[in-house]
Design a protein around this ligand. Structure first.
Ligand code: NIG
Ligand code: FE
Length: 423
């Protein structure tokens, strides 16, 4: 007999998203569905998934074990949000209103607003203020189903304020049940004081900031905005090489507004992920699909910026890309922190099937963070990160819009949201 300290009984449907991971092509359509399933964990690790009879034969509850009756609920893995800009201060609601009057995101950026507005606010904020913002946002994300969240710096754009953001993240990760995966994004933009001296800022990043963030072990990934007017493909390549030498794994904001070839570069340098890709070319699709680089699409950006153009998700899947969906939560292009909504947008805007969207916010999201050995699917030996939803069946997660059906959230074997409330 194996012992369990958490037992979820009789899920009406259990979407496991079990591997092999990453899922590509037709495999993205398989969500590993189980009906009337029992799932149990011990010390945060899944030890059993199966039917009641097998459960009774092989599992025993330890004294004080938590039991949840899920007979009216649908279970699925906690969402993995592989792309967020979590630790920022200030608001861009005024710029949002300018956009509603016809200004575009790039026009605002050219006028010194956009990312620079948030850089000013974030530089002014204290580490404690950023920490409390992160904690509040992580709570909201968790209420909406995220149990693992990547989070980038990139609104400091100098040594002191990048480190402040990353330290706030580190403290948030220690205090909050959600797993936080930290990314250093000092190459998110060119700071205003270096606007006419981009080369000098690149040198500062390479000689000082990258080595210092690495020395302090504040981030696992390095990310960069490869975009017209920001970092060119050649500049990106240099910075990525420096970051790799300093021990970072790589992610790239690629081909978002213009098709510079960031996708091809991501594949070439073996980045863990290439993100955005609204403007990716056929060549870019081919390169990524033949590579191990995850493809991270962010449908809430097209939605939030009201762009006609969307990332070519169907063509990417047909070509064999390891596709996942993330929120890009940030104040300018996606004030969206709900992975449930992102999954729904994956279907409504990018034309994924419901099953593809489910795999894209769970198993393949975990792959994009190279955490797929421990999270993103419900399998024996992985973390007990489970959502229990008040819907009649899993397609209703996409069919029903505009309210939150996530009733309970279990993170690492612990109930962290019960009856829709943070415990
Ligand atoms: O991923 N594209 C660059 N960076 C963010 C937007 C950041 C901002 O506007 O503050 C993004 O969309
Ligand atoms: Fe982003």
């Amino acid at each position: 007999m194996i012992s369990a300290d958490l037992i979820v009984q009789n899920c009406r449907q259990l979407v496991t998203c079990r591997g092999p991971i990453p899922k590509r092509g037709l495999a993205l359509r398989d969500v590993g569905l189980a009906e009337k399933a029992w799932i149990a964990s011990s010390k945060g690790e899944i030890i059993f998934i199966g039917k009641e009879k097998a459960f009774r034969q092989s599992v025993r509850a330890v004294r004080g074990a938590v039991r949840i009756d899920a007979s009216g609920l649908v279970g699925l893995p906690g969402f993995v949000d592989s792309h967020t800009h979590l630790p920022f201060a200030g608001s861009r609601v005024k710029e949002f209103r300018l956009r509603l009057q016809g200004a575009t995101y790039l026009e605002l950026a050219k006028k010194g607003m956009g990312i620079q507005t948030t850089v000013r606010a974030t530089r002014r904020a204290t580490k404690g203020e950023l920490l409390s913002l992160c904690l509040t946002r992580l709570d909201r994300m968790m209420l909406n189903g995220a149990t693992t969240v990547e989070a980038k710096s990139g609104y400091g754009l100098n040594l002191r304020d990048e480190i402040k953001q990353l330290e706030a993240l580190k403290e948030a990760a220690q205090l909050h049940p959600v797993d936080v995966v930290p990314t250093f994004m000092g190459a998110h933009d060119i700071p205003k004081e270096y606007k006419t001296r981009k080369g000098a800022y690149i040198n500062l990043l390479m000689d000082k900031i990258i080595p210092e963030v690495s020395r302090r072990k504040l981030a696992e990934f390095f990310d960069i905005f490869c975009e017209e007017g920001v970092y060119s493909v050649e500049e990106t390549r240099r910075l990525v090489e420096a970051a790799r030498r300093a021990g970072f794994k790589i992610r790239i904001h690629a081909d978002e507004f213009s098709a510079l070839g960031g996708a091809e570069l991501a594949a070439e340098v073996g980045a863990a992920s290439a993100d955005h890709l609204i403007s990716i070319t056929e060549e870019g699709i081919r390169s990524l699909s033949r590579s191990e680089t995850a493809v991270t699409l962010l449908p809430s950006v097209s939605f939030f910026l009201m762009l006609e153009k969307k990332a070519p998700a169907r063509r990417l899947i047909a070509a064999g890309a390891a596709l996942n969906l993330a929120s890009d939560f940030n104040p300018g292009s996606s004030m969206v922190g709900s992975m449930l909504f992102v999954m729904q947008l994956g279907v409504y805007l990018l034309k994924l099937s419901i099953e593809e969207a489910l795999n894209a916010v769970t198993a393949n999201g975990a792959y994009a963070l190279r955490r797929h050995e421990s999270v993103g699917s419900l399998e024996v030996g992985k973390k007990m990160d489970l959502l229990l939803c008040d819907v009649p069946d899993y397609p209703s997660l996409v069919y029903e819009l505009g309210w939150n059906p996530i009733r309970h959230v279990i993170k690492n074997g612990r109930v962290v949201v019960r009856d829709g409330r943070r415990v």
